[in-house]
Design a protein around this ligand. Structure first.
Ligand SMILES: [Ca+2]
Length: 152
């Protein structure tokens, strides 16, 4: 069972405006994300990895959730990610950091292009009754979608 709420970033209360968070997600980076296609209909890629929307970040923007965990239990975190050409320019990069309580567990590839939704996974073992999982941009403009955390 995926422990993230709104894992495909489909619900976005304020219309997906720049520097905001999808419903149930918190800002864990410089600023929040923005929803594509809502905030940028000409963004590339046009198609989400899952559903109708994805989140786009730039620089060190990020979103996260605090999930309840069982100490000693192993969890698998997964994300789909891509490079994004923005409406208003800026360097593209698909690099995202997956962070556990601000510690980087994984940095994704930076160069998957804009025609690919790549998938990466990383495991961790819980040491507390809850942990914050954060997907934080590691420079440039890129997208995320289809986020999950599942007990193994
Ligand atoms: Ca989606």
């Amino acid at each position: 069972m995926n422990l993230f709420l709104n894992p495909s970033l489909e619900q976005w209360a304020d219309g997906g405006a720049p520097n905001t968070e999808p419903d149930d997600w918190i800002n864990c980076g410089g600023l929040g994300l923005e929803a594509v296609p809502d905030a940028c209909p000409s963004a590339v890629p046009e198609t989400a990895a899952d559903g109708a929307r994805y989140g786009r970040g730039y620089g060190f923007e990020g979103i996260g959730q605090v999930v309840e965990t069982t100490p000693g239990q192993t969890y698998l975190v997964s994300l789909s990610y891509t490079e994004v050409v923005m409406c208003y320019g800026g360097a593209t990069s698909s690099a995202w950091d997956v962070r556990l309580d601000e510690e980087v567990l994984l940095t994704t590839a930076a160069d998957v292009g804009t025609d690919t939704w790549a998938v990466e996974t990383v495991e961790f073992t819980a040491t507390a009754a809850s942990h914050e999982i954060c997907f934080r941009k590691a420079g440039g403009a890129g997208g995320i979608d289809a986020l999950s955390i599942v007990a193994q």
